[in-house]
Design a protein around this ligand. Structure first.
Ligand SMILES: [Zn+2]
Ligand SMILES: [Zn+2]
Length: 290
C-alpha cells in the first residue's frame, strides 16, 4: 500500500487528490442553483395537483408505498400471485390504497410525468414530506437507492445532484446543450460530469493521469460556465475561481474553456500544452515542488 506521503509526492496521486477536490468544489458551486430549481419544481407540482381540485388540499397521511401498485417494477420483490412483498409493501399500513384526500396520488402522477424515463426512485422519497419539503420530491430523480436519509442539497453527493438534473425534465431548457438521454446518445456535459464523479470515487489506485486531470477540469469548468443559467450564478462562478486555484494554473483552465467554446482570440494549440509553463515563468507549475 502506498504511504501517506506518496499522495503529495507522486504526481498521479496528487492529481487524484486535485480531482477529488475539483468534484467537491463543483458540487458546492451547483448547490444554490439546484436547490432553487428543486423549490420551483415543487411549486409547479403542487400547482398542477391543486389545479384539478376545488381548493388547495394537503395530505400527510400517505406513505409512498400506499401510492404504488404491487408489484412495481424495480421496487417490489413479491414472489408469485399470493406472495408477500418484502420491499415496500411489507405490512398492513404500507399496502396500496387511494389517498383519502385525492392529493398524493396526483402528486405521484406529476412526479412520474416530470421524470425523463417515467421511473422515479420511489425508495428515496417519503410521500408524507411531499407537501412541505421540495428536496423530498427532488430525491425521486436521484439514483434508485441510497438517498432516503438525505434531507438537503448540502447533504447530497455530486452524483445525486447530477442525476437530478439529468432525470428531471424541469432542467431540459436550463443548459445550452441538450441533456443526453439514454445510452445511445453522445454524452453531454452532465453525463461526462457524472462519469468524473464515479471515476474519482472508484479509483482503486487513487491515481489520475495528467490528461485525465486536464479533462476533469475542462468538463467541470465548462459545466459551471454554461451560458444558459450557471454563468449568471454567483456561487457557480465562485466555484470556477476555486477550481482554477486547485488546478494550480488559472490561465490554463481558462484557456481550456476558451478552446472548447471556440472563444475568438484563444489559441487552441496553446490551450492543450502543459509545456507552456516552461515558456512562461509567471505561470505556476502544475505540480509545485515536483
Ligand atoms: Zn410491493
Ligand atoms: Zn395522501
Amino acid at each position: 500500500m502506498a504511504s501517506l506521503s506518496s499522495v503529495f509526492t507522486e504526481v498521479e496521486r496528487t492529481n487524484w487528490l486535485k480531482a477529488w477536490l475539483a468534484v467537491d468544489i463543483a458540487k458546492s458551486g451547483l448547490e444554490p442553483f439546484v436547490d432553487n430549481e428543486a423549490k420551483t419544481l415543487h411549486a409547479n407540482i403542487l400547482k398542477a395537483v391543486w389545479s384539478s381540485s376545488q381548493a388547495p388540499a394537503a395530505c400527510i397521511g400517505c406513505h409512498t408505498a400506499n401510492l404504488l401498485k404491487c408489484p412495481t417494477l424495480g421496487i417490489c420483490n413479491k414472489r408469485g400471485g399470493h406472495g408477500t412483498c418484502k420491499s415496500m409493501h411489507y405490512n398492513a399500513a404500507k399496502q396500496p390504497r387511494p389517498c383519502p384526500a385525492n392529493v398524493c396520488n396526483k402528486a405521484h402522477d406529476e412526479i412520474v410525468k416530470q421524470h425523463t424515463f417515467s421511473i422515479p426512485s420511489w425508495k428515496n422519497t417519503s410521500a408524507q414530506q411531499w407537501a412541505k419539503n421540495p428536496w423530498e420530491i427532488a430525491k425521486a430523480y436521484f439514483p434508485p437507492d441510497g438517498y432516503a436519509g438525505k434531507t438537503s442539497v448540502q447533504d447530497t453527493d455530486f452524483n445525486g445532484l447530477i442525476s437530478f438534473m439529468m432525470n428531471c425534465k424541469h432542467f431540459n431548457n436550463m443548459f445550452s446543450f441538450a441533456i443526453a438521454v439514454g445510452k445511445h446518445n453522445p454524452p453531454c456535459l452532465l453525463t461526462k460530469a457524472r462519469e468524473i464523479g464515479r471515476t474519482v470515487r472508484h479509483s482503486s489506485q487513487c491515481k489520475v493521469t495528467d490528461p485525465d486531470l486536464r479533462d476533469i477540469f475542462t468538463i467541470l469548468t465548462s459545466l459551471l460556465s454554461d451560458p444558459k443559467c450557471l454563468s449568471h450564478d454567483v456561487t457557480a462562478q465562485e466555484a470556477l475561481r476555486k477550481l482554477a486555484e486547485v488546478c494550480g494554473d488559472s490561465g490554463l483552465v481558462v484557456r481550456f474553456w476558451a478552446r472548447d467554446r471556440k472563444v475568438p482570440g484563444s489559441n487552441p494549440a496553446k490551450a492543450l500544452d502543459f509545456s507552456e509553463q516552461k515558456i512562461n515563468p509567471t505561470l505556476a507549475p502544475l505540480h509545485p515542488g515536483v
